[in-house]
Ligand binder design. Structure first.
Ligand SMILES: [Zn+2]
Length: 135
């Protein structure tokens, strides 16, 4: 069962409409793609597919504008779904500059107080889902 969901073009704020199944969480609509996300056109199947992480719109060109009086700006924008890896939500805002740093990380062998696995995730998740513990 699907129903229409509307999104605003981040370039010109035209409203587009897309049929969604509803159980996939939307992360964001942005004028640029996220690193590592896989986008398909609205015509392609995208719901419940492991290899699809979002939809790329072409404003006005893909026939999804809600208001027929609008013509769209022709720019692309991106609907990104929430992605999870090992039960943890992937944060697409991780800056790509991190991998462009020239210096190599050297703190792994310096004997810091943290264990070799480093700090836990934000605020941790105490409970039976802790993959590091054993029972
Ligand atoms: Zn637009």
């Amino acid at each position: 069962m699907s129903f229409p969901v509307t999104y605003y073009c981040p370039h010109c704020e035209a409203l587009v409409e897309l049929e969604r199944d509803g159980y996939l969480a939307d992360k964001a609509v942005t004028p640029f793609p996220f690193e590592g996300w896989n986008y398909v056109a609205p015509d392609d199947p995208f719901e419940d597919r492991d290899d699809v992480d979002g939809v790329v719109f072409t404003c006005g060109a893909d026939g999804l504008l809600v208001d027929n009086a609008e013509s769209g700006c022709g720019e692309r924008f991106y609907l990104s779904f929430v992605r999870f890896e090992n039960g943890i939500e992937i944060d697409p805002r991780t800056p790509t500059e991190q991998v462009e740093l020239g210096e190599r990380p050297v703190r792994s062998r310096s004997g810091g107080p943290a264990g070799p696995t480093g700090p836990r995730g934000p605020s941790g998740s105490p409970g039976p889902n802790d993959p590091g513990g054993f029972w």
